[in-house]
Design a protein around this ligand. Structure first.
Ligand code: DOR
Ligand code: ZN
Length: 350
């Protein structure tokens, strides 16, 4: 990293948690990511989900066909774990380089999770094979019991599912995806091996008031849901200190406006477009610009045992705040861009 007060040159970042969907939406949203990221872990919760190595291979082909010529971007595919997932398929797909990880959605926890895992014990044999083969498990960590308050679901998941799993399979490499609470941050901080966590830009810059106070704002509704300010501060503390266990996963999750603004609107924030600029501004505001590169470009690659990107990304601090467009138009409808509700002066030098 080289830096002066107004310019920062860092290793090109990666996004370790990204939804790009498929077809027209994928074509429309992908450039927002490869403008600043070299690689991204691609979430498998399509309809139908990416459940086999063959599905992943075919999805990878569709992604590559959607990338404009001249653009460089490497999608890192994942499999959606179901109670029917075959350990041999997972291990073979990983060893052939088709996938980089497997995603665990507790059944019913979030968008398109109905094919996920209802009983974690049923997939222990697959998880044991993954542990043996050193394949990362990416976890949507929320309890699904409808009795549990939505704001407590992450903390309860850690106690009831994650901790027993870690004790059963201590060698399994796990990423707690999009952590949102101080319980999750301290859980990761207390574990010394095989556990990392992604954090999203939206959970770092906003708390639940923006979604619920003074009117309901569906574009800030995501899962895990935004939490209270004390949790946001715990996430910031984890992200900005240079701790290698924490890295960027935007969880950028585009939905058409019609699906967001509905009597039962979808969860997801489309934040890929200005994710890095927003984080640069946040780290700058907190006097932590020195640790931006670790969070967005290095720690995730280390966790996944991948080389750092060779390309660089230069950011500069402009005198005027970035004007962010409000929507992305696609052939099938509009998608609203994430508004961080704060001025962002950092920009990418194109
Ligand atoms: O807000 C979210 N949106 N959380 C998820 O876990 C899934 C995602 C989506 O796919 O829309
Ligand atoms: Zn996600």
């Amino acid at each position: 990293m080289t830096a002066n007060l107004n310019q920062l040159k860092i290793t090109k970042p990666d996004d370790w948690h990204l939804h790009i969907r498929d077809a027209e939406i994928m074509k429309a949203v992908l450039p927002a990511t490869y403008r600043w990221a070299s690689r991204a872990i691609i979430m498998p919760n399509l309809v139908p989900p990416i459940v086999t190595g063959a599905d992943a291979l075919s999805y990878a082909g569709r992604i590559k066909n959607s990338i404009e010529s001249g653009a460089e971007f490497e999608p890192l595919l994942t499999l959606y774990l179901t109670q029917n997932t075959k350990a041999e398929d997972v291990v073979e797909s990983y060893q052939q380089g088709i996938i980089k990880a497997v995603k665990l959605y507790p059944a019913g926890a979030t968008t398109n999770s109905q094919n996920g895992v209802a009983d974690i014990k049923k997939v222990y044999p697959v998880l044991a094979a993954m542990s043996e083969a050193s394949i990362p498990l990416l976890i949507h960590g929320e309890a699904t019991d409808p009795q549990i308050d939505i704001f407590d679901r992450e903390a309860v998941f850690i106690e009831q599912i994650l901790e027993p799993l870690r004790r059963e399979l201590p060698d399994l490499r796990i990423v707690m995806e999009h952590i949102t609470t101080k319980q999750a941050a301290s859980y990761v901080l207390n574990e010394s091996r095989n556990l990392g966590a992604t954090i999203t830009p939206h959970h770092l810059v906003l708390n639940r008031n923006v979604m619920l106070a003074g009117g309901i704002r569906p574009h800030y509704y995501c899962l895990p849901i935004l939490k209270r300010e004390s949790h946001r501060l715990a996430l910031i503390d984890a992200a900005i200190k240079g701790d290698k266990r924490f890295f960027l996963g935007t969880d950028s999750a585009p939905h058409l406006d019609g699906a967001k603004i509905d009597v039962c609107g979808c969860a997801g924030v489309f934040n890929a477009t200005f994710a890095v600029e927003i984080l640069a501004q946040l780290f700058d505001n907190l006097g932590a610009l020195n640790n931006l590169e670790g969070f967005v470009s290095l720690h995730g690659a280390d966790f996944y045992k991948l080389p750092y990107n060779k390309e660089k990304l230069t950011l500069f601090k402009s005198n005027t705040a970035l004007e962010m467009p409000k929507t992305l138009q696609t052939e099938v409808g509009n998608i609203t861009l994430f508004d961080p509700l704060m001025p962002v002066y950092w920009q990418i030098l194109e």
